[in-house]
Write a protein that binds this ligand. Sequence first.
Ligand SMILES: NC(=O)c1ccc[n+]([C@@H]2O[C@H](COP(=O)([O-])OP(=O)(O)OC[C@H]3O[C@@H](n4cnc5c(N)ncnc54)[C@H](O)[C@@H]3O)[C@@H](O)[C@H]2O)c1
Ligand SMILES: O=P(O)(O)OC[C@H](O)CO
Length: 321
Amino acid sequence: AVLADNKFEVSLWARNEEQVEEINARHTNSRFLKDAVLPHNLTATTDIGQAVAGAEIVLFVAPSSAMRDVARLAAPHIGANALCIHATKGFESVTYKRMSTVLLEELQIAPERLVVLSGPSHAEEVVRKLPTTVVVASASVEAAEQAQDSFITPYFRVYTNKDVVGVEVAGAIKNIIALGAGLSDGLGFGDNAKAALLTRGLAEISRLGNAMGANPLTFAGLAGVGDLVVTCTSKHSRNWRAGSMLAEGIALDEVLSRMGMVVEGVRTTSAARELARLYGVEMPITEQLFAVLFQSQSPRNAVESLMGRGRTHETEDLAGI
Ligand SMILES: NC(=O)c1ccc[n+]([C@@H]2O[C@H](COP(=O)([O-])OP(=O)(O)OC[C@H]3O[C@@H](n4cnc5c(N)ncnc54)[C@H](O)[C@@H]3O)[C@@H](O)[C@H]2O)c1
Ligand SMILES: O=P(O)(O)OC[C@H](O)CO
């Protein structure tokens, strides 16, 4: 919708024929965006080739679990000079690869044509044109600036960044912390607990990102602090809502089926735990979230474990950043 507002002819690929018909006939997407009216120059199709052939920009927003399959379907139709952008927040399951790595493996494009878009940007607010800021990161300044020019509007402000790794790691890991924030709120803990989760969560994001080669300053930016704050505090956050349902004692499978939308933090918890081991960094919140999600740890015991950890020094703990 933002690109269409900027006068691009936008073709949206979707698998569901009814949704495609609804978008084309009524300019609404009632399942995901309730009453929002979409721009008339945004049309939908079930034919991925038709959606991307000849496109100047291809925007990938499939859930991380579907990114490789979707990229593989689109690849034969994408021009070598197309600007490929993704806004997906997660890692690939099993391989734990970042989304840009997956895309570069599947698409016949140079790394200089790939951009990551991230930051605090709940779709429900963007579609209502409420003020939103995001960051676009690319190995190529030119590509990042092309993405910035394409997306920027008076209500959607876009910053550039060169740190693809940092922006992707921050966007993925904040979902784990948001699950924790939902759990904390659901258990009736207060603002102190949530502030602690955000702060120590940012330390985990920074530690892993740093080990993976990110620029530490990225974590103080929109993809880091910005998205962490919005996802841990917004009523729109699926990750926060899933965490609060878990606190009520609802089983994970049931939570996911009630959500009916992707909750990236669940798979990301497994991926981040493995990455933490691989890179030799400590991620205690992630570790406890994993235990709650997959090892029947009670949320209250998880909090006790976190509070009872060995004493440590706040800044030395971040040394190396
Ligand atoms: N919703 C937001 O506000 C928001 C903001 C920024 C980034 N993101 C990120 O965008 C990504 C997608 O999130 P979303 O909010 O659109 O999720 P969603 O659950 O609302 O929608 C996901 C869509 O992907 C489709 N899908 C699922 N599996 C697929 C497959 N194998 N092939 C093709 N399509 C498939 C679903 O049918 C659905 O239409 C996530 O990584 C999320 O973190 C979301
Ligand atoms: O609804 P969530 O928790 O998937 O978060 C959506 C976006 O990442 C917020 O920026």
